[in-house]
Design a binder for this molecule. Structure first.
Ligand code: CTP
Length: 442
């Protein structure tokens, strides 16, 4: 019996897939089809797969051509599969010519001519094309622009930035520089906002009132009431309002959360998150708490919840501008745990995340918010585990995928629960209301 194996994503199953499978089957007597997981695809740079793994497996099953369907989830799996199943022929489409020659050592490798004129990427980009406007400034804006190119179905068509020098870096792009926010809103389906937090509320409200979806750099608003109002407005108009914290979309960070919730370090009693950077500041700069607290609070709220009993905010602020903190430390007390964040734009510290449990602790080295690596450490050193997951585009591209998917489904598909976004706004509100112990400056 001749065994044949082939692999693919099979998203939005099309004629090209069907023909490939028919010819693969005809090469032998028994066909094994490997369907690729979302995570593995992300690592290979294939973004915004529309269907779930189960749906894609179902499409392959429905052809009746596969004698066996397996899931492909890790680098190097092909060799394992070929050995395990005693495969005689490995085959894929001609778009991969040369790529899998290394498998010749284990079986025959056959590249079948690709069917012209059809591909999943093509169908995906035809299906949806969300015109996205970028509002604000800074290098994050440029990163969003660059990352959006990797996401099927989203196209940045316009930018509004007050900073003329920034326009330079977009000069070779096919973009409209909007004169003002009203002009921008007329030509977009959705906006990404990274303007000063004091502008978020009015900009989001305006966008939602004009039927535009919004992705906004956290904090979405400066208090709970405004957040609720915006959230309600989005719901009533069937629009997506999404809080943007890149870290939430890093694969390593998500694995860390799962391990923590799975009890891998026992019961969790303490979380300490530090985010600092030394930055020049002027009148338009974000204060430390707005710049960093949303990120630093994320693991605390996602692991311990938002129902803390007490909190104490300690801040070092500018005498002439008490709402501008140079450094802030917040301590939380929960029923069964404590937590703290240290955030600063003018004080430097080790940007690490430590989660302490009854059986061990999780250690994420600086800068933990760009998580690609972490360790679980135990009393017995031999039990220590190291985890590494490639971080592509600082999480931005997966955030854009979640945003696009939410718009398409008409249902929030982001990784940050609304009650967490709201709890973040509450912290900012308390700081703005000066529920703070002030540290004296030298
Ligand atoms: N394939 C093909 N002809 C096409 C499209 C795909 O023969 N027009 C083959 C690929 O070469 C691969 C298999 O079908 O062996 C599964 O391809 P997959 O990557 O899932 O589909 P694509 O349409 O190529 O997806 P994408 O556009 O996302 O790359």
């Amino acid at each position: 019996m001749i065994k044949v194996i082939t692999y693919g994503t099979y998203d939005l199953f099309h004629y090209g897939h069907q023909r490939l499978l028919e010819r693969a089957k005809a090469l032998g007597d028994y066909l094994i089809v490997g369907v690729t997981t979302d995570d593995f695809d992300k690592k290979r740079g294939k973004i915004n797969v529309q269907q779930s793994l189960m749906e894609r497996i179902e499409s392959v099953r429905a052809t009746g051509l596969a004698d066996e369907i397996i899931v492909e989830e890790y680098e190097g799996q092909k060799i394992d599969d070929i050995k395990r199943f005693g495969v005689d022929i490995f085959t894929v489409g001609s778009d991969w010519v040369g790529h899998f020659d290394y498998l010749n050592e284990y079986c025959d490798v056959v590249y079948l001519p690709r069917t012209e004129g059809v591909s999943s990427s093509n169908i995906r980009s035809k299906k949806r094309n969300i015109n996205l406007g970028l509002v604000g400034e800074g290098n994050v804006l440029k990163k969003f622009h660059d990352e959006s190119k990797l996401v099927n179905g989203i196209k940045v068509n316009t930018i509004l930035t007050d900073n003329d020098s920034e326009k330079e870096c977009y000069k070779n792009e096919n973009l409209i520089f909007s004169k003002d926010y009203d002009e921008l809103l007329k030509i977009v389906d959705a906006v990404f906002i990274i303007s000063h937090p004091s502008k978020h509320y009015s900009q989001i409200k305006k966008a939602l009132k004009q039927g535009k979806h919004v992705l906004c750099e956290s904090p979405v608003a400066l208090n709970e009431k405004e957040f609720d109002e915006l959230q309600k407005l989005a719901m009533e108009n069937n629009l997506i309002l999404m809080d943007s914290i890149k870290t939430a979309y890093s694969t390593a960070y998500n694995r860390l959360l799962l391990l923590m919730k799975g009890g891998n370090i026992g019961n969790i009693y303490s979380i300490d998150a530090t985010c600092t950077s030394l930055r020049d500041f002027d009148d338009n700069s974000w204060n430390s708490i707005s710049s960093w607290a949303p990120t630093a609070l994320l693991p605390i709220f996602q692991i311990l919840g938002i129902d803390y009993k007490n909190k104490t905010i300690n801040s070092l602020t500018l005498d002439e501008k008490p709402n501008f903190d140079l450094f802030t430390k917040i301590d939380f007390q929960y029923d069964n745990a404590v937590a703290s964040i240290k955030v600063a734009n003018s004080v430097k510290s080790e940007g690490e995340l430590i989660i302490s449990g009854t059986e061990g602790y999780a250690y994420v080295p600086a800068p933990w918010w760009k998580t690609d690596y972490f360790e679980l450490r135990y009393e017995n050193l031999e039990d220590n585990r190291k985890y590494f997951y490639q971080l592509d585009g600082e999480g931005i591209r997966y955030e854009l995928v979640a945003f696009a998917k939410s718009i398409e489904l008409g249902k929030y598909n982001g990784y940050i629960d609304y009650n967490i976004s709201k709890a973040i706004c509450k912290i900012i509100e308390d700081f703005e209301n000066k529920d703070v112990n002030f540290i004296k400056r030298y």
